[in-house]
Design a protein around this ligand. Sequence first.
Ligand SMILES: [Zn+2]
Ligand SMILES: [Zn+2]
Length: 417
Amino acid sequence: MTKRLAAIAALSILSFPLHASDLSSAVQRDYDEYLWPLFDHFHRNPELSLFEFETAARMAEELRSAGFEVTEGVGGTGVVAMLENGPGPLVMMRADMDGLPVEEKSGLENASRAQQRDPISGRTLFTMHACGHDVHITSLVGTARQMVQRQDEWSGTLMLVVQPAEERLLGARAMREDLIWEQFGTPDFALAFHVSAGDPAGVINVSEGSPYAGADTVDIIIHGVGAHGASPHRGKDPIVLGSQIVMALQTLVSRELSPREPGVVTVGSFHSGTKHNINSDRAHLQLTVRNTSEETRQILLEGIERIAVNLGRAAGLPDDLLPEVIVSEESVPPTNNDPELARRLKNAWSTEMGADRVVHRPTRGMGAEDFPFFTVDPSIPSVYWAIGGTPQADFDRESDGGAPVPSHHSPLFKISP
Ligand SMILES: [Zn+2]
Ligand SMILES: [Zn+2]
């Protein structure tokens, strides 16, 4: 299913009319004989972000033997595979390949028991494809194999991108900084998908809007004046000021954004103090800030600065002790689909696979993706869609009071490949 969808997306931009039933049986055959064992291998052998050495090598080997011209080591472990097939657009399709530091408890026969040294903690950790990126790379290989076999059905150039470190939002940026477009050409269209535990298997969930949010990371350093906890009038208490800031930040989304404009300001961490009876001289807040447009992003970031600094003034802090607001350079833009391209793909999928397969179930959260590093600056029309990965029976079991369907990043995560 998943592989067929990806192949249809690539074919529908590049091609002449499809023969879906023929494609469907060809994909099924390839899945049974070739792709399932490949998926099984990837599922048992996940690797952490930036350290996807074996996965990348295997992907390079697979894409090369499929008939693509393959370059390894693009932006770290990234792989770029090219297939030139006459005049026409350059279409890029991306699959991310990293696993997560999670010990798999899915109960599956092919559950991962792999371990890897985690570069962040320095500890050796169990690894798991707990986000389904093993589905993505297997699908990319399936797409590659179909597109090679069907070269008389399409014309143009296909660029398949195997991306590292999506989970740390680093890989797409690294590949751009390694001049992927300058080396291989700037795509006319860019495609990506995520398998989704929240959607039933067999369903394509595609938006003409924004499937993923943009994200900023913000630190607020609150300076205070330390004092004995019994003599607070001798100091400036950063915990009281920090608490006021946390509460006032809640008005940004509720009172400054349009009610129909999504945004999130979450204070995920608030650290201050060492002991019951000491007023600290410092507090540190850590925020994640989400948007689906640059305009919203500016309203939220400017508002955070204004609230923090002016509540510092209201607390009577001198200018040199006002709260410091630090916006990390590691900002991720929102993933915004090109509506026209989304409609074109939806038409192709509906025609070839049935209209009931193609749905739009808007995302309720404000998760982020690093795919837009490929599609903004320069702007490339792109579509990012979701493919359901949970059998309907599992949803039925959940609604009958049975075990809930596990979410992405859960040790119980289980995708029907
Ligand atoms: Zn993911
Ligand atoms: Zn993930």
